[in-house]
Design a protein around this ligand. Sequence first.
Ligand SMILES: Cc1cc2nc3c(=O)[nH]c(=O)nc-3n(C[C@H](O)[C@H](O)[C@H](O)COP(=O)(O)OP(=O)(O)OC[C@H]3O[C@@H](n4cnc5c(N)ncnc54)[C@H](O)[C@@H]3O)c2cc1C
Length: 472
Amino acid sequence: MSAVEQRSAPLLATERSLTGWGRTRASRARVFEPTSVEDVLELLGSGAGRGGGLIARGAGRSYGDAAQNAGGDVLDMTGMRRILSIDRERRLVSAEAGTTVAELLTALAAHRLMLPVVPGTCHVTLAGAIASDIHGKNHHRDGGMARHVASLVLCTATGERLEVSPESDPELFYATLGGMGLTGVIAQATLRAEPLPSCVLDDADRTDSLEQTLALMTAEDPHRYSVAWLDLLAGGSMSGRAIVSRSNPLPKGVEGEGEAGHGRHAKRAGMRLRKPLFDVPRRFPGALLHPAGVRAFNALRWRSAPRTQRGHEVPLAPYFFPLDVLGEWNRLYGRGGLIQYQFVVPVGQEEALMDCFELIRRRRLPVYLAVFKRLGASFGGPLSFPLEGWTLAADLPADAPGLGAALDELDDLVAGCGGRVYLSKDVRLRPELLQVMYPQLERFEAQRERVDPEGILRSDLARRVGLCGGTR
Ligand SMILES: Cc1cc2nc3c(=O)[nH]c(=O)nc-3n(C[C@H](O)[C@H](O)[C@H](O)COP(=O)(O)OP(=O)(O)OC[C@H]3O[C@@H](n4cnc5c(N)ncnc54)[C@H](O)[C@@H]3O)c2cc1C
């Protein structure tokens, strides 16, 4: 069938139950699978979303309900995954919305390039990463996604195809970076790339307290990448003890030109993104993540790390995507699912940060994985998560006793010190805290009024936290 014939037939939808990576808050929607910009425009122009609203969905790796739309329409964008061009000289890559970070990295590596910002998994889509304005381990040095997108093609709810860049329409561009799909359907984007390093050289330290952890991760630290795993269940003065990893990319030139150097580079670098070694089975018993077991695991992990290690060579894929070796690891949390609670507190609010840790410990929340990073200055959109400060992402079984009340208390602490939670991970924020955490909401709403006056773009997240406006 030709492309024209394909487009002349109406796109069919299937009804599906959807969740985010946390596998909580399932909801049913009519799911369309466009394969071209024309498909998207046709859908928007032909009344999709009139009634129950519409939202775009990428790989469904946001933890919460951002890419769902109960009773309405969802555009599954993973059928649009062509890499459109790679300009090696100007270091620019253009691709369709549903191209995954893994696909982008593989294609770029063939040109000795890579993306300047990547999340902790390579399985997210380009547009999903843009809609969340994702940050990596280098936000304190290089900012998040918003800094590296040159332009994008946005299909608005009114059926228009707009080319948007920071120069052409800064307000709409930055509202879309971090805009959770609520300004339009991103169909394509062009990103800036950077030279592919050989590997990273990692300096690891085991710290005994939060003070030590923060001291290593200050803004003055010259390392480009910085991340810590925190043992949040250790008590007293040990609270905030961590394994801190700070690294720099090893540029290709350092290995020397010539055949030997090139050989070493190819062998070491490569974004060799292999399939997971193992898939967690469907009916994994979540009860294995019991608080006492988690506490013992954390203590063992902390003790078994070397006190200091310098210049350890780590290949790129395991360094950036350590969790991807285990397929479907969200099933580890059993039928109840998982919540990743991620918040940021501003620099200067370290006491509030300590209070948050203390609350987690006091409430005996079984935090199995707690990833701690430093974020640099805010840049970009009114709904972008990053602000200059400290961010913690804690994985928790969604059915842990007392979790809801404890997280509500944490929200109050975070909001009270000028911090915020990350909407891409959220499943439970109280709507009254949204404006406190994201004080530039009016700027965002102004763009929505402009490009989506009827309020077609809606999601479960948007309804739950009041992002669709009171009347929509
Ligand atoms: C293991 C793991 C590690 C992670 N590490 C990080 C990290 O280090 N840093 C970080 O910032 N995040 C991280 N995340 C979160 C993840 O990067 C974001 O949630 C990202 O948005 C997921 O992309 P996706 O393609 O799965 O999008 P989805 O989850 O499908 O959708 C996310 C949002 O993007 C919107 N969207 C998707 N496609 C489009 C489109 N074509 N047009 C408009 N809007 C669209 C959706 O409407 C939704 O609001 C991690 C997630 C996991 C599971």
